[in-house]
Ligand binder design. Structure first.
Ligand code: 5GP
Length: 192
């Protein structure tokens, strides 16, 4: 496998386990090698999010159109009625730049990408110290309603049962340590 040849890095975790912070750290630390894969979603943009930077915010019709055109490597209804998908065009754009796309996606989506690219992808599962800590983190983030918080916590417990399907499990009991560990795995994957 030669350097950068259509490699993919997948970071997954139950929501609130810290994968977004770890993803940000990795992108800032090796910006010449990694590029964030901007997903498409039908959920509403949060106040601080920008279209085309955080996500491509699509209408349900437009999302369905992309499914029909086979534009997604994978797509999932991650939350009730809300769709998320990884665009083939995003992966290709990054490869064309000589970089590796970094996917921050849910557990099911991560398993699907890994199945399609078993040799050329690295999948990292970020594990929260406990479901109770995860609930606390989601609460302090302040982006959830009581209902969506419960949905995310329930889903997290279920997703933890898939952790053994990933190339590496990184326990996020201390963010800086988890960041360094993820970087170590990625550095050796890049060199392969
Ligand atoms: P949020 O709504 O908090 O931005 O993201 C919710 C969940 O959807 C997170 O676990 C995030 O990683 C996941 N997600 C984001 N993009 C994709 C994608 O393209 N595909 C899948 N399967 N999940 C995604």
């Amino acid at each position: 496998m030669s350097t950068f040849q259509n490699k993919i890095i997948i970071i997954t975790a139950p929501s609130g386990a810290g994968k977004t912070s770890i993803t940000r750290y990795l992108l800032e630390t090796i910006p010449d090698k990694l590029a964030f894969s901007v997903s498409a979603t039908t959920r509403a943009a949060r106040a601080y999010e920008k279209n085309g930077v955080d996500y491509f915010f699509l209408s349900p019709e437009s999302f369905r159109q992309n499914i029909q055109e086979n534009a997604f490597v994978e797509w999932e209804m991650v939350y009730e009625g809300k769709y998320y998908g990884t665009l083939r065009s995003e992966l290709q754009k990054t490869w064309d730049q000589g970089k590796i796309p970094l996917l921050d996606i849910d557990v099911k989506g991560a398993i699907h990408v890994k199945q399609q690219f078993p040799e050329t992808s690295l999948s990292l599962f970020i594990e929260p110290p406990s479901v109770a800590v995860l609930r606390e983190r989601l609460l302090s983030r302040g982006t959830e309603t009581t209902e969506s918080l419960e949905a995310r916590v329930n889903k997290a417990s279920y997703e933890l049962s898939f952790k053994d399907q990933f190339d590496a499990i990184i326990l996020n009991d201390e963010l800086s340590k988890a960041c360094r560990e993820a970087l170590k795995h990625i550095s050796s994957f890049i060199k392969q």
